[in-house]
Structures are given as structure tokens and as C-alpha cells.
Design a protein around this ligand. Structure first.
Ligand code: PAF
Length: 295
């Protein structure tokens, strides 16, 4: 396994692999890898070559957010990549990705205005910009993203379509702890009490699924039931809990097409997200990876 710090090193490796006719899968990450990332890497092994980028992208953090405290453990990330058959880690410094006079951004309207985009206004601009750069540097055939960041996944798919990136974007299911909490690098911030309280996210999802499977189609009723459940836990504060169309990200009142039920919740100071997809026609909850989102 190679570890590249510079764009030039990555390009040299990619050139050699391309000359050999090998296919390339990219797993973009911010490091502090857990089983969620591991599942992306495993899926990426359907390519001849697997590249993992590890870069805590400053551009996607707001001024009051946790950039400086974001958990990092490069030694453990390297070990996990090695154990899972990664061929190349791209681990640049910030200056390698952003020159001091950097001024070109990938900005998206519409899809970024809902959900996380409301409380993190600059976030998706940072994500789209860095992911575009990674696509240009690594030129992967396929790129893998977790469905836990459902809005991010929908935005990246749309960006790839709109800007004609020659890459297939593949969403991979949410990986959960045994008790239901979605795996996240930010779970590390939770103390014992908060870790217990954080279970209201996945529990409210179970409740939401049950209500929908019993036939409820009014989103206000569903949102209220889920919010009431979460708000009964005093350590928790809801940032948003919304039901949106799973492709357009627009809020829906009546549930008619596949919907994304998405939430962001502060547990103490830690902001966690979770979601599920509900497919009306089949009256069943699904992962985010629906045919419409596959484009
Ligand atoms: O999902 C993440 O970890 C990040 O948003 C990503 C896609 C690696 C871009 O920095």
C-alpha cells in the first residue's frame, strides 16, 4: 500500500495503473475510519485498485464548528486501510489542496438549501469543491459514499450528472452499532450519558418506520410523533427533522413518492445525523440506495 501526500504522487500511480488497464475505485473520507468507512472500502474492492483519501477538509466546516477538534488517528486509519486491501492512501496537507490564493468553488443551488444546508450554509460548497478536486486528481471509475449522509450523496450524484464527471457514484448502507446508533466519527465526542441518550435517533427511526408501515401518510403527524419521542430525552436538542422527496430534497406534506426522513440532532454539543428512506409503493422502509438515486 502506498501513501501519497502530494497530487503529483497520486497522478503518477494512477497513470501506471491506467496504463495497465486497471479500474479504480475511490473512497473519499476525512479519516478516523470506522466500520462505516470499512464497508465502503470493501465495496470498492469490486475495482482493481482502491484509493482512500484522508483529508479533513477545512472548507466544509463553519467558523463555529469542530474543525480543530475533529478526531484524527492516521496510524489506525493506515492499519485499517492495509487490512482491507487499499492500494493507495491520499493524505494531503491543507496547502496541497488549497493554495493560499485559492478562489474556485463548486456551488450548488436547490439541493443544498434544505436539511443540513440550512444550519450549515457553507458546508455543501466545501464538500462539492473538495469532491470535485478529488475526482479530478484520482479520476476514479467509481466513488463510494455512505447513505448516512443522505443529502451529501444526493448532492454529489446531482453534481456528477450536472457537471459530467465520468464517475459512477455508489451509495452504501448505514452501518450501525449493535444497539442501533449509526456509526460516525463524531460518536467519539459522546460521554457515557450522551451515548445512551443518542439512542433516541435510531429509536425514533424505528417508531417512524412503524407509523408509516401502519399506513400514516401525513408527514406532519409522522414528524410530530418522532419529534415528541426525541424531545422526551433531556440531553438532546433537535436541529431538524424533516421529510423530503428523496431526489429533489423538497419538503413533502403528503407522502406519495419515495421519501427521505432525515434528522440532525445535538446530543450535548455533538451534532449527529441519521435517516431512512420510505418507499410508498412498497410500503416499506429501505436504504437510501433507490433506483432514482442511482443515476
Ligand atoms: O463524508 C465525508 O467524510 C466528507 O464530507 C467527504 C465526502 C470526504 C468530503 O470531505
Amino acid at each position: 500500500m502506498k501513501i501519497a501526500k502530494t497530487i503529483e504522487e497520486v497522478r503518477e500511480c494512477i497513470k501506471e495503473w491506467r496504463n495497465e488497464g486497471l479500474s479504480i475505485g475511490l473512497v473519499p473520507t476525512m479519516g478516523y475510519l470506522h466500520e462505516g468507512h470499512q464497508s465502503l472500502v470493501k465495496r470498492a474492492c469490486e475495482n482493481d485498485i482502491v484509493v482512500v483519501s484522508i483529508f479533513v477538509n477545512p472548507m466544509q466546516f463553519g467558523p463555529q464548528e469542530d474543525l480543530s477538534s475533529y478526531p484524527r488517528d492516521l496510524a489506525s486509519d493506515i492499519r485499517l486501510c492495509e487490512e482491507n486491501g487499499v492500494d493507495l492512501i491520499f493524505n494531503p496537507q491543507s496547502g496541497e489542496m488549497y493554495e493560499s490564493d485559492f478562489c474556485s468553488y463548486v456551488d450548488m443551488s436547490v439541493l443544498t438549501e434544505e436539511l443540513c444546508g440550512l444550519s450549515r450554509p457553507e458546508h455543501f460548497r466545501g464538500v462539492c469543491t473538495v469532491v470535485s478536486k478529488l475526482f479530478n486528481i484520482v479520476t476514479p471509475d467509481r466513488a463510494y459514499f455512505g447513505e448516512k449522509d443522505a443529502q451529501q450523496l444526493a448532492i454529489i450524484k446531482r453534481m456528477v450528472r450536472d457537471l459530467n464527471f465520468n464517475v459512477e457514484v455508489i451509495g452504501c448502507p448505514i452501518i450501525r452499532e449493535k444497539d442501533g446508533l449509526a456509526k460516525s466519527s463524531r460518536n467519539k465526542y459522546l460521554n457515557e450519558e450522551e451515548r445512551k441518550a443518542a439512542l433516541v435517533l435510531s429509536e425514533s427511526i424505528q417508531l417512524g418506520k412503524k407509523i408509516l408501515e401502519e399506513g400514516e401518510r401525513d408527514s406532519a403527524v409522522l414528524v410530530k410523533a418522532m419529534k415528541d419521542y426525541i424531545e422526551a430525552e433531556p440531553l438532546v436538542r433537535i436541529d431538524y427533522l424533516k421529510i423530503v422527496d428523496s431526489v429533489s430534497m423538497h419538503q413533502v406534506e403528503k407522502l406519495e413518492s419515495p421519501v427521505l426522513v432525515a434528522m440532525a440532532v445535538f446530543v450535548g454539543k455533538t451534532r449527529l445525523i441519521d435517516n431512512f428512506i420510505f418507499s410508498i409503493s412498497e410500503n416499506r422502509s429501505d436504504s437510501f440506495y433507490t433506483s432514482e438515486n442511482r443515476s
